[in-house]
Design a protein around this ligand. Structure first.
Ligand SMILES: NC(=O)c1ccc[n+]([C@@H]2O[C@H](COP(=O)([O-])OP(=O)(O)OC[C@H]3O[C@@H](n4cnc5c(N)ncnc54)[C@H](OP(=O)(O)O)[C@@H]3O)[C@@H](O)[C@H]2O)c1
Length: 288
C-alpha cells in the first residue's frame, strides 16, 4: 500500500481564495513584529507576508533591532494594541537572547482581540469550551482541521494520538480533536514506550521536532499520519516521521515540507479576517 500524500498547498490556496472577498470588504491589517534576524523567522515571515499579498491584505513588517529590550518591545505592543488601524499582530518567536524567556509576559501583553496567533490565555481558554468558541484558534491546529476537511478525513470516534504537548501545537490540537468527537491520547518526552500508543492510533499527529522519531513499526497499518515537526538538517527540512517508509503502511500522510506548513500561514490570515469581523460586531462587548 502507498499512502495518499496530503499536500498542504491546494488546501491553503483554497483557504486564501475563500478569504479574498472578506478581505476586500473588511480591509483588515496584519502587523508582524520581528526582533533580530533569526534565519528561520526570516523565512516564516516572508511566507506570511506573501500570503497577505496573495489575498491583497494590508500588512506591515515591524523589524526591530536584536538589542531591543523587553520594555521597548512591550511599548511597541502597547502602541499596536491601541492603534485602531491594526486588526491583528504577532510577535514572531524565537526572540533573541534573554527576551525569549519573557515570551509568556509578551503574549499576555497582546490584546486578545488582536491576538491572531491565538496563543494568549483568553483565546486558548475559549477554545476549551467547544468548537463554536474557537474564534481565534492557534494557527497550526486550525490549519490541520482544514486539511482533514479538504481530504474528507473525519476524526469523530477515531483514536487520535498526539505526540507533543506544547501550548501552541500539541495541547490545543488535542483539545480541538476532543471538540470534534475524537478519542485522544497525548504523548510527550516523559511517555514510557511511545510505540505502545502510536501503534494504536487511527490518526497520528506528531509535533516534536526530532527527525525519524516515528518509524514504520510505530504506525498502525492504514493510519492517517500528520507530521507537524520541522527540523533543519543538512539534508534540508525534515519532519518527525520517517516519511519514505511510513508512507508504505499509512493510508494518508503529510510530507515535510509541503504539508502542514502552508496551512499554518493561511490560518493566520484567516484569524486576522475573523478578528476584524469580531471587532466590528456587537459580539465584541463580551471581549475584554
Ligand atoms: N509546520 C508548522 O507550521 C509548524 C508550526 C509550529 C511548530 N512546528 C514544528 O513542530 C514541532 C513542535 O513545535 P512546538 O512549538 O510544539 O515544540 P516544543 O514546544 O519544543 O514541544 C515539543 C514537544 O515534543 C515533546 N517531545 C520531545 N521529545 C520527545 C520524544 N522523544 N518523544 C515524545 N515527545 C517528545 C516534548 O515533550 P515535553 O513537553 O515533555 O518536553 C514537547 O511536548 C517543531 O519541530 C516545530 O518546528 C511546525
Amino acid at each position: 500500500m502507498s499512502a495518499l500524500i496530503l499536500l498542504g498547498k491546494p488546501v491553503a490556496e483554497k483557504m486564501l481564495q475563500d478569504l479574498k472577498k472578506d478581505v476586500k470588504e473588511l480591509d483588515p491589517k496584519l502587523v508582524v513584529v520581528q526582533v533580530g534576524d533569526d534565519p528561520s523567522s526570516d523565512s516564516y515571515i516572508r511566507q506570511k507576508l506573501k500570503s497577505c499579498e496573495a489575498v491583497d491584505m494590508r500588512n506591515e513588517h515591524r523589524h526591530l533591532d536584536k538589542k531591543t529590550t523587553l520594555k521597548q518591545l512591550l511599548s511597541v505592543i502597547d502602541e499596536l494594541n491601541k492603534d485602531p488601524d491594526v486588526t491583528g499582530f504577532i510577535v514572531q518567536v524565537p526572540l533573541p537572547g534573554d527576551l525569549n524567556d519573557h515570551v509568556p509576559e509578551i503574549t499576555r501583553a497582546i490584546n486578545p482581540k488582536k491576538d491572531v496567533d491565538g496563543f494568549g490565555a483568553y483565546n486558548l481558554g475559549k477554545m476549551f469550551l467547544s468548537k463554536e468558541f474557537e474564534h481565534l484558534p492557534p494557527a497550526t491546529p486550525a490549519g490541520i482541521f482544514e486539511m482533514l476537511k479538504y481530504y474528507e478525513i473525519d476524526v469523530a470516534g477515531k483514536h487520535s494520538v498526539v505526540v507533543g504537548r506544547s501550548n501552541i501545537v500539541g495541547k490545543p490540537l488535542a483539545v480541538m480533536l476532543i471538540n470534534r468527537g475524537a478519542t485522544v491520547t497525548v504523548c510527550h518526552s516523559r511517555t514510557d514506550d511511545l510505540a505502545f500508543y502510536t501503534t494504536q492510533a487511527d490518526l497520528l499527529f506528531t509535533a516534536v521536532g526530532k527527525p525519524k522519531l516515528i518509524t514504520k513499526e510505530m504506525v498502525k497499518p492504514g493510519a492517517v499520519v500528520v507530521d507537524i515537526g520541522v527540523s533543519r538538517t543538512d539534508k534540508g527540512l525534515k519532519g518527525d516521521v520517517d516519511f519514505e517508509n511510513v508512507k508504505e503502511v499509512a493510508s494518508a500522510i503529510t510530507p515535510v515540507p509541503g504539508g502542514v506548513g502552508p496551512l499554518t500561514v493561511a490560518s493566520l490570515i484567516r484569524n486576522c479576517v475573523t478578528a476584524k469581523k469580531r471587532q466590528i460586531s456587537v459580539d465584541t462587548v463580551i471581549l475584554k
